[in-house]
Design a protein around this ligand. Sequence first.
Ligand SMILES: Nc1ncnc2c1ncn2[C@@H]1O[C@H](COP(=O)(O)OP(=O)(O)OP(=O)(O)O)[C@@H](O)[C@H]1O
Ligand SMILES: [Mg+2]
Length: 224
Amino acid sequence: MHLTCQHISKSYHDGDDSIHVLQDINFEVAAGQSMAIVGSSGSGKSTLMHILGGLSSPTSGSVCVGEHNLADLSDDELAKVRNQYIGFVYQFHHLLPEFTALENIAMPLLIRGVARHQAMQEAQQWLCQIRLEDRAEHFPAQLSGGERQRIAIARAMITKPAFLLADEPTGNLDESNGQVIFELLLELQFSHQTALIIVTHDMNLAKSLERQYILQHGQLTLCP
Ligand SMILES: Nc1ncnc2c1ncn2[C@@H]1O[C@H](COP(=O)(O)OP(=O)(O)OP(=O)(O)O)[C@@H](O)[C@H]1O
Ligand SMILES: [Mg+2]
């Protein structure tokens, strides 16, 4: 199964002004592969990740998840494809503040209609995998930044997505916590054969993935 990005361009319009953020982006990633995207602030990394995850549409070009061209799907179909194949870890964790750590992890399964006791049981196993079993009943506000990011990763992984998209998952963490998060992502990629696409500012972390791309002037270039 592949995630394929063909001739993706994205412009934002503001009155008479338009910003061409992405210009003709092309790449493909297969199950089990990993790639990093680096680029300066404002270069369009989050814009690209949101398009890959079906959270926003490109101005032109197409994103295919397996045989599904995201542009051809209705809102309901798109939500299903996202829930089935894509896990998303946001630049800012986006955990639901009124739910516990365990409930946040279980949420994608509950949305799928999995019975509550089973969803909670699976969430509990994920909590162990991310080594936060003693934080099950904590609310996001009671967790550290690194803990929240681990919860967000477990939430993204609980549906065993073919593709995990992580937008600066270590951006708000210190170096050693950033390293922990990266190692967790690599461990999950290995054990579940998930394809990983990670945006990071940190070239050292980027180098632990198979391919490194730089996003610059709207173009994505493979680093030698
Ligand atoms: N909804 C929007 N409307 C207009 N311009 C936008 C919008 N979203 C993003 N932009 C602009 O597009 C450019 C790319 O933004 P984006 O968030 O993708 O950058 P980024 O590479 O993720 O930056 P950072 O590293 O700071 O997260 C920026 O110049 C931003 O101001
Ligand atoms: Mg960003």
